[in-house]
Design a protein around this ligand. Structure first.
Ligand SMILES: [Cu+2]
Length: 418
């Protein structure tokens, strides 16, 4: 009987079988195939009726195919291929994208995957929403959990590491990914959703999700919502938030909408310089309460969904203008390191490491403490390095860097830049 052994990113562990849109290296080899006379013709495809769907390539520049035929050697020599999620067919549950290995028209093996993609919060199923809320509440641990470190990373004192200069987008990308990996340690099927702040979000701003608008200034939550016991800063129970717009019928008070943000300002420096203020800053100041100001914004978990959308806009801009090559001025402006001629503040030059993951304190304008270091590693290993530089956060789909960072957005495709 012919059977097969599958590995993804060099690992046969189930933890490796979480995919994004980015092609991921995989191998399949025949085991116990001594009886086979020659190579086995093996078809790879997604099981019918599955949630997430898989796509296959033999080279990153190939178009994604929903089926791939490999001639697998009988002697155990592995065959290489690339696997990813099929764009616009993400999973909605763990293991719901099932890879079928087919020989002679018969399914000989089934291997579960997840196409794990960041989605619009408005489009989450109730299950997806509840798993996310549950993981978030557990990370907060009623104020005693790991979340407190993330809260400490984003204050007035630490603000120059993250705002007002070109490191704004990469720093927040690292911050979100670090948090998302903590959530995935609690529930590997969870991703950060985003708040698409151009549009009304009646599901997100409801009692069962992030809280309904309430004139008391406190987000109104249902009794069963895991966020009902949300605590930050040693004691403030509840989420202080009052939108000064009606989020169930309109978007935030931004003036630069998505098509403009993505389609114009093709050079990074001007893109960052304008988009940090509007829509990003305007989205923040569309509220009274914690999320309004840098020093308190990270107390409100909505902060992470707002920034997930900011990161999505950068990702979509990168895709639209093909901004993945860090050697190009259009991709990132300050291309040296701190102290080089023409460089800017530490943490904002392409080859600077980022605080706090670098554990550098009290020099070159770095804050006095580093709440969280090193960066949360992925299993099996994937970028960024444990002390990431600005450059390490840019090519998130691994176009030139080779390894993707392990996240993607539901409406931002992978498109080869070769
Ligand atoms: Cu922000």
């Amino acid at each position: 009987v012919v059977s097969f052994e599958l590995s993804v990113r060099g690992s046969s562990d189930a933890a490796a079988r979480y995919l994004t849109w980015a092609p991921t290296s995989a191998q399949v080899r025949a085991v116990g195939a001594a009886a086979a006379a020659g190579p086995v013709s093996l078809v790879l495809r997604t099981a019918a009726g599955a949630g997430g769907k898989l796509a296959f390539r033999t080279a990153p520049t190939d178009d994604a195919a929903t089926e791939l035929t490999l001639q697998v050697a009988a002697d155990g020599t592995p065959s290489d291929f690339l696997v990813s999620g099929l764009f616009q067919s993400p999973s909605s549950d763990d293991h719901d994208a099932v890879l079928e290995l087919v020989v002679g028209g018969q399914v000989v093996q089934s291997v579960p995957f997840m196409v794990r993609i960041r989605k619009n919060a408005e489009s989450l199923s109730e299950d997806e929403r509840d798993r996310f809320l549950d993981a978030l509440a557990r990370l907060n641990g009623q104020g005693h959990g790991v979340f407190a470190l993330f809260r400490a990373m984003h204050t007035d004192q630490t603000s120059p590491q993250a705002h007002g200069d070109d490191g704004f987008f990469p720093w927040h990308r690292a911050y979100l990914l670090d948090l998302e990996r903590e959530l995935q340690k609690l529930d590997p099927a969870v991703t950060l959703p985003y708040w698409q702040f151009d549009d009304p979000a009646p599901n997100l701003f409801s009692e069962d999700f992030f809280g309904a608008r309430d004139q008391s200034g406190i987000a109104r939550l249902s009794a069963g919502n895991p966020l009902i016991s949300w605590v930050t800063d040693n004691g403030q129970v509840s989420i202080m938030r009052l939108p000064n717009f009606d989020p169930t019928t309109s978007g935030a008070n931004i003036t630069r909408h998505e098509a403009t943000v993505v389609g114009t300002q093709a050079a990074y420096h001007s893109f960052r310089n304008t988009r940090e203020i509007d829509p990003h800053g305007h989205a923040h100041t569309s509220f009274s309460g914690d999320i309004h100001a840098i020093d308190t914004a990270a107390k409100d978990p909505l902060f992470f969904l707002l920034h997930c959308n900011v990161d999505r806009l950068w990702a979509k801009w990168q895709w639209f203008h093909q901004r993945f090559d860090v050697t190009q001025e259009g991709t990132y402006h300050f291309r040296g390191a701190f102290g080089d001629p023409g460089s800017t503040d530490a943490g904002h030059n392409l080859h600077d490491t980022m605080w706090p993951w670098n554990n550098v304190t009290n020099v070159d304008g770095r804050p006095p403490t580093a709440p969280r270091h090193p960066f949360q590693a992925a299993t099996p290993a994937a970028g960024p390095p444990l002390e990431p530089t600005v450059a390490d956060l840019i090519d998130f789909q691994g176009h030139l860097a080779g390894t993707a960072l392990g996240f993607d957005y539901d409406d931002v495709p992978y498109e080869s830049v070769g």
